[in-house]
Design a protein. Sequence first.
Length: 98
Amino acid sequence: MLVTLQGNHLIVGGGAGNMQRLATDGEALGPPFALDGGWADTEGLSVNAQGELVTVEDDPERLSWFAPDGALLRRIDTMDLSAPLTEAQGIAIDPRTC
């Protein structure tokens, strides 16, 4: 289960690419939506200052940014980093540094 805050509501996902926006009382704020570009073994979900959804996956190893509607904006293979990132198990974004 993936959970993150976006503004004053929650975004939840089951790890298979389908997401849902919820009020803090659990009420659905719209229909579920899917993330573009394939979805594999997602281990973390966060939202950056621009409102983009950011995911980290460990099989394959990648970091992806999505528009609020789920459209894929960009993706990197974390094994291509100068210090490869393998088996990432979560992501957090500090709003003070965005």
